[in-house]
Design a protein around this ligand. Structure first.
Ligand code: NAD
Ligand code: ZN
Length: 380
C-alpha cells in the first residue's frame, strides 16, 4: 500500500539536549508539502557540522532536533509543485539549495541561492515554518533542512540532487557535503594546472578532499600541512600527499618553510582548518605573479584577516569557496559520475561504518578524531 499522503511512523535518532547521546525512538513524519519531497534515507554519514551543532557551544541551541545532512536515499513521495523528482528517484540531500529562480541561481558563477542557502538557525520548513517531525505530539526541529538521522525525512526539493540510480548510496552519500566542499575548492576555484604544486592546510575530511582534487588535476607536488602528524601517516599518504609539514617542527613561520621548499612558493593553496592564522599562512605561501590561495575553513565571528597589501600587488590572488562552488542540483550528479567512471576515489574516505542503532558510536569516533567518514547504515 502506498504511504504517499499519509503520516509515516519510523525510527529516528533524536537529540533532546546539547551534547547528550541521541535517543532512538519512533517519530511521525508528515507528508511533504508544497515543493517538498519525502525521502527514505538508506545511508547517512556524520560530519563535523552535525557534531558542532549537537554540542551547541557557540551556536544557538535548538532542541529537540534531528541532525544529519550527508545522505543518500530514495524518494518516497513528492509534494505539490514538484516536477523534477518522483517516487523511486535516487537522491542526495544537500545542506544548501538551488531554487533555480533567484539571481544567484541564474548566475553561472554563484551557488549562494537566495532562498535555500544554508541556514543553521531554521528549525522548520521554509513553506510554513512548521516541522514535519513529531514524537508523541511534540514537534522536533529540523537541521539544515535535511535531518537525515531518521529513516524518513522531508526536504525542500531544491535541496535534493537526483543521481545515477546505479551509484552505490553507501559510498556516494559522502558527496553531500565535506567531500564536495574540498574537491570543488581545488577543481573549481584553485584550478591547479598539471604538474603544479598545491599546499593543503588541514588534513581533515575537507582537506583530504581538496588533496583528492589536486591528485585528479595532476598536481606535481601536494604538500599537506597539519599539526597532527597522524593525519599524514594514517591518511594523507593514501591521498597522494607527497610532502608533509608540521608547523610545530619548525621555528620559522610555515609560509617561510613552504616558500623555501618550493623555490618561491606554491602555485596553489587550499585552507581547510578554520583558523584565521592558517588562512594568512595559506595566502602568503603562494608564489608571486600567479599563486592562488582558496579559503574554505569557517572562521570565528570576531576574526580579521591581516596581511600586507603588497602581497596582492605582487600578484598573489586570494579567493574563498562555499560548498566547492558546486550548484547542488545542477553539479552534484556530475561529481557522482566522476566516482562512477573511477576518476574520483571515495572509498578511501570511508574509515568506519555503524548500524543506525549505534549512531552514537559515530559521534565518539568523530570526537576522538579517529575517522574521516563514518557511514551510518539505516537498514542494518
Ligand atoms: P577537521 O577538524 O576534520 O580538520 C581540520 C584539520 O586542521 C585537523 O586535522 C587539524 O589538526 C588541522 N589544523 C587545525 N589547526 C591547524 C593549524 N594551525 N595548522 C595546521 N593544521 C591545523 O575539519 P573538516 O571537517 O575537514 O573541516 C575543515 C574546515 O572546513 C572547517 O573549518 C569547516 O567548518 C569548514 N567547512 C567549510 C565549508 C565551506 O563550504 N566553506 C563546508 C564544510 C566545512
Ligand atoms: Zn536560488
Amino acid at each position: 500500500m502506498s504511504t504517499a499522503g499519509h503520516f509515516i511512523r519510523c525510527l529516528a535518532a533524536v537529540a533532546w539536549e546539547a551534547g547528550k547521546p541521541l535517543v532512538m525512538e519512533e517519530v511521525e513524519v508528515a507528508p511533504p508539502q508544497k515543493h517538498e519531497v519525502r525521502i527514505k534515507v538508506h545511508f547517512t554519514s556524520l560530519c563535523h557540522t552535525d557534531v558542532c551543532f549537537w554540542e551547541a557551544k557557540g551556536q544557538t541551541p535548538l532542541f529537540p532536533r534531528i541532525f544529519g545532512h550527508e545522505a543518500g536515499g530514495v524518494v518516497e513521495s513528492v509534494g505539490e509543485g514538484v516536477t523534477d523528482l518522483q517516487s523511486g528517484d535516487h537522491v542526495l540531500t544537500i545542506f544548501t539549495g538551488e531554487c533555480g529562480n533567484c539571481r544567484h541561481c541564474h548566475s553561472e558563477e554563484s551557488n549562494m541561492c537566495d532562498l535555500l542557502r544554508i541556514n543553521t538557525e531554521r528549525g522548520g520548513m521554509i513553506h510554513d515554518g512548521e516541522s514535519r517531525f513529531s514524537s508523541n505530539g511534540k514537534s522536533i526541529h529540523h537541521f539544515l533542512g535535511t535531518s537525515t538521522f531518521s529513516e524518513f525525512t522531508v526536504v525542500h526539493s531544491g535541496q535534493v540532487a537526483k543521481i545515477n540510480p546505479e551509484a552505490p548510496l553507501d559510498k556516494v552519500c559522502i558527496v553531500s557535503c565535506g567531500l564536495s566542499t574540498g574537491l570543488g575548492a581545488t577543481l573549481n576555484v584553485a584550478k591547479p594546472k598539471r604538474g603544479q604544486s598545491v599546499a593543503i592546510f588541514g588534513l581533515g575530511a575537507v582537506g583530504l578532499a581538496a588533496a583528492e582534487g589536486a591528485r585528479i588535476s595532476g598536481a606535481g607536488r601536494i604538500i599537506g600541512v597539519d599539526l597532527n602528524p597522524n593525519r599524514f601517516e594514517e591518511g594523507a599518504k593514501k591521498f597522494g600527499v607527497t610532502d608533509f609539514v608540521n608547523p610545530r617542527e619548525h621555528d620559522k613561520p610555515v609560509q617561510q618553510v613552504i616558500i623555501e621548499m618550493t623555490d618561491g612558493g606554491v602555485d596553489r593553496s587550499v585552507e581547510c582548518t578554520g583558523s584565521v592564522q592558517v588562512m594568512i599562512q595559506a595566502f602568503e605561501c603562494v608564489h608571486e605573479g600567479w599563486g592562488v590561495a582558496v579559503l574554505v575553513g569557517v572562521p570565528r565571528q570576531d576574526d580579521a584577516f591581516r596581511t600586507h597589501p603588497m602581497n596582492f600587488l605582487n600578484e598573489r590572488t586570494l579567493k574563498g569557496s562555499f560548498f566547492g562552488n558546486y550548484k547542488p542540483k545542477t553539479d552534484i550528479p556530475g561529481v557522482v559520475e566522476k566516482y562512477m567512471n573511477k576518476e574520483l576515489d571515495l572509498d578511501k574516505f570511508i574509515t568506519h561504518t555503524v548500524p543506525f542503532s549505534k549512531i552514537n558510536e559515530a559521534f565518539d569516533y568523530m570526537s576522538k578524531g579517529e575517522c574521516i567518514r563514518c557511514i551510518i547504515d539505516m537498514g542494518a
